[in-house]
Design a protein around this ligand. Sequence first.
Ligand SMILES: [Zn+2]
Length: 293
Amino acid sequence: MAPERKCRDIKFLVGDGIFAAETILTKLGIEGTCRVLLDHHHLLSLEIGSWPKAFGLNLFSLLKEDLTLMVKSPSATAYEEALEGVRSKLHNHPDQKHAQYLETHIHSKRHLFANHIVQSFPGHLNIQGNAPAEANHASIVARVGSLVMEPVLLLESLMERHLSICSERNHCISLRHVQCQALAMQSTDRSTIEALKGLSSWGFKLYEKAIRHSQKLHHRKSLDGSHQFHYIDGSSTLTIEASTDVCSCPVWVATGGTTQCSHLLILQGGFPKEKWAVRWHQRTALGKITPYQ
Ligand SMILES: [Zn+2]
């Protein structure tokens, strides 16, 4: 479905517990460039979650708050405190298989789900699950049906669905292109005009967010060459290295350095399209996206 997307460019594979062994990375030869993330819903949901199933619903109800905090962990300290909470509750449990499960299937796999760890990996995009893939699957079932089909008929149905989606998407992209041209004519800000013409809908939302944040910041260059930012209301400060192409803030890390965060927008003096990876660009060459029409 995406022939121009290189395997080595994929930063995360998101799925349920079947991927916990991470062997898929080795099989695809991307163990050095890609990480596995376990879908949060598939871990914690009372209906389909692997942890309620492993502990049983009664025991899980006692552990749920701490286990949820281990998944949504804002910091290493919060994770450790929640882990100790679960350990203490399992310490005197008559069946020690639960304590063992906690250590071998949860704590030792924390790099696959704990937010404070996952969000330190570049390019995580703040994802917490595989909802888009689930939605895609639901769409296929809705359009094609859940009955077993001959492979040729199934392929035909999938192709028809794909063409239908492409047609709808092309319409949205064309509409977006025209709207952006109109909005650019109404704006007087050079950066905003260039961003409207250069970025896709998703990319422009990130740009707008970065602009709004940058307007709350003061910038000062220190004698050692580093750049310091602080909020106009004095609430906090961030210091970044001298390079104007690299930032250490969570937004820049989340996109794997493929966009401009609020700090780089300030340091780079506005929006240049080349600072944004192609994935965020608006597809102005509309002829290229209608290969089936
Ligand atoms: Zn930044």
